[in-house]
Design a protein around this ligand. Structure first.
Ligand code: NAD
Ligand code: UDP
Length: 310
């Protein structure tokens, strides 16, 4: 297949592009580097099967030649990134999704949207299954991301229903691993950078809020299975092992052998109190479940951060 990946220089886009190339596909990567890093794709640029275009996908999108799939991964994804870039975040979720869908329709390609557990907002049920409509504050600081992704899902389903296009709605839960930016601001890169530099590890709120962390190789395997399936309805992909943020900070401190203190900082507005994926659908439809446990995944990620922290 010849596959377009938007956001190819980002954390997930770079892993996904590498995986698709390893499976023998051709990949066209697009990124404007707003939150991406060219180092993530340095090795891929030498690969004949990888074409890269620096471009903002909120503009009219044209790719010459056939495309079998369009995977729309471009979007700031870390809360501090989307607070810094609120309007580009809304635009890439809304206008970028529209352009990517239009291109996929023109090419008769499968369209995949990288959606998120944030469509469930600060959820009133735990775990979250795909039929849950969520609890999102549209005008809060996270609304720029959450509502853009909800709009992207709505637009994707409209193209599916109206134009009969094959679509994949991938709801990604917190994923971590190598290629995350040190200054990305999400909990895993923050805790690792702080622990390795011997700086205070910043837990927001009382640290009792929970997340469920998926190691990147498991996520990519799930994405590929969803792409190759015939499933047009949303599918959660994530690791259901739920821990508190304080437990995560303690695990990073222990596994890095750091002497850093754990300090408490104010909880950001609308920060979800709990998050855990119900992966019943992924298990049944894709025969997928995560394999890498938290300790193993954190160790692999720490090795990467150790190589980057100066
Ligand atoms: P990231 O910030 O590392 O990567 C996003 C990439 O998109 C960056 O390289 C950025 O430069 C690019 N980009 C943004 N706007 C663009 C535009 N207008 N034109 C071209 N490129 C643009 O984030 P990530 O963690 O790799 O997330 C990738 C996707 O997965 C996002 O859509 C995100 O919403 C989704 N997602 C990620 C997670 C996670 O845990 N990592 C969870 C849920 C959803
Ligand atoms: N968090 C934290 N310290 C940090 C960064 C994040 O305690 O230095 C908390 C954040 O408030 C949230 C959780 O970690 O409760 C996960 O945040 P992240 O930014 O990784 O992703 P989110 O799931 O909120 O999108």
């Amino acid at each position: 297949m010849r596959i377009l990946v938007t956001g190819a220089a980002g954390f997930l886009g770079s892993h996904l592009s590498r995986y698709l190339l390893a499976k023998g596909h051709k990949v066209v990567g697009i990124d404007n580097f707003i939150t991406g890093n060219v180092e993530n794709i340095g090795d891929l640029l030498k690969n004949q099967a990888f074409e890269f275009v620096k471009y903002d996908v909120t503009n009219y999108l044209h790719v010459a030649g056939k495309l079998d799939a369009v995977l729309h991964f471009a979007s700031p994804a870390s809360p501090i990134d989307y607070l810094k870039f609120p309007i580009p975040t809304l635009k890439v979720g809304a206008l970028g999704t529209h352009k990517a869908l239009g291109l996929a329709k023109d090419k008769k390609a499968i369209f995949m949207i990288a959606s998120t557990s944030e469509v469930y907002g600060d959820p009133l049920i735990n775990p979250q299954h795909e039929a849950y409509w969520g609890n999102v504050n549209p005008i809060g600081p996270r609304g720029v991301y959450d509502e853009a992704k909800r709009f992207a899902e709505a637009l994707t389903m409209a193209y599916h229903r109206y134009h009969k296009m094959p679509v994949r709605l991938l709801r990604i839960f917190n994923t971590y691993g190598p290629n995350m930016r040190l200054e990305d601001g999400r909990a895993v890169p923050n805790f690792m950078t702080q622990a390795l530099k011997g700086k205070p590890i910043t837990v927001y709120g009382d640290g009792k809020q929970t997340r469920s962390l998926c190691y990147v190789s498991d996520l990519i395997d799930g994405i590929y299975r969803l792409l190759m399936s015939k499933e047009n309805d949303p599918v959660n992909i994530g690791n259901p092992h739920e821990i508190s943020l304080l437990e995560l900070a303690e695990a990073v401190k222990r596994l890095t052998g750091s002497k850093s203190k754990i300090v408490f900082k104010p909880l950001p507005q609308d920060d979800p109190k709990v998050r855990r994926p119900d992966i019943t659908r992924a298990k049944k439809l894709l025969k997928w479940e995560p394999k890498v446990n938290l300790e193993e995944g954190l160790k692999k990620t720490i090795a990467y951060f150790r190589s980057k922290v100066k």
